[in-house]
Design a protein around this ligand. Structure first.
Ligand SMILES: [Zn+2]
Ligand SMILES: [Zn+2]
Length: 146
């Protein structure tokens, strides 16, 4: 595992300043929830957690905040798992294991996958900016349920 520590509050604050994003305690709480939750949480999950600290926060605020974080590249929308949308605070290259039973999304890091070769015919019609390997299967918890 060669995990670089890219998810930190410092880099979040720095990015917000760069983008002229207002930093509020609510926004910090929303970011932290995505960053500390390794499960790639949905908006609903983030909302329920943040609401414990800020009881008056609305779902809509969480929704719009996460969307603007995603638009700004502060978090990523995890692609390819249908609805609801899931979010990832780790914006560096990494890969996912997706459990088709419980919908867990688990990070993994692999240099060989990072350097995967793009086929010539793909290169001709598509400019690749990032590569991600998604493995589908059963997580250990689901595998043990017979
Ligand atoms: Zn599972
Ligand atoms: Zn991830």
């Amino acid at each position: 595992m060669n995990k670089k520590n890219t998810v930190s509050l410092d880099s979040f604050m720095e990015k917000c300043r760069e983008l002229n994003f207002k930093i509020t305690p609510q926004r910090i709480a929303i970011y932290k929830e995505v960053a500390n939750n390794k499960e790639h949480p949905s908006i609903d999950k983030v909302f329920r957690k943040v609401k414990k600290v800020f009881p008056h926060i609305s779902f809509d605020t969480v929704y719009r905040t996460l969307q603007s974080f995603a638009d700004a590249g502060i978090v990523r929308v995890v692609e390819g798992y249908g609805q609801p949308k899931r979010f990832d605070a780790d914006i560096e290259n990494h890969h996912h294991m997706h459990c088709i039973k419980c919908n867990a999304i688990i990070d993994f890091y692999n240099e060989r996958y990072d350097n995967i070769e793009i086929p010539k015919e793909v290169k001709k019609k598509f400019h690749v900016v990032s590569k991600k390997v998604i493995l589908e299967g059963l997580c250990n918890d689901c595998k043990s349920i017979k």
